[in-house]
Design a binder for this molecule. Structure first.
Ligand SMILES: [Zn+2]
Length: 120
């Protein structure tokens, strides 16, 4: 079974050899707590940039994002927070407009993302 890209409206599959697929940033449980915080922050940034409410109940370990959504073609490391590729930003399947965070849908997404904090 080919894996589909997790981005809304993106039909790239792992069977396309010209495209690379990347896993969601993981929070390594044995990392130091300040590093864990950065990993968790990047993971949340990815989830936020996807804007998919349905992901709240899914296991992101199985999800992939393809190279079409990164300026350099690959994601930046969790340490490089100022890198434009720290989270996927290109061809996101929705229009980026100012003020959307106040819409009821975005409020709901924000609430859901609060529940994503995996650092205990
Ligand atoms: Zn894609």
């Amino acid at each position: 079974m080919p894996t589909l890209c997790a981005i809304v409206g993106c039909s790239n599959k792992t069977t396309n050899k010209n495209i690379s697929f990347y896993r969601f940033p993981k929070v390594k449980m044995n990392a130091a707590s300040d590093l864990k915080m950065k990993m968790n922050k990047q993971q949340n940034a990815w989830l936020k940039s996807l804007r998919r409410l349905d992901l709240a109940n899914k296991n992101i370990d199985y999800m992939r994002v393809c190279s079409a959504h990164f300026k350099s073609g690959k994601p930046a490391k969790y340490q490089d927070e100022n890198d434009p590729d720290w989270c996927p930003t290109l061809n996101m399947g929705y229009c980026v407009t100012r003020g959307v965070a106040t819409s009821p849908v975005m409020k709901r997404i924000k609430e859901l993302l609060k529940g994503y904090s995996r650092i205990k």
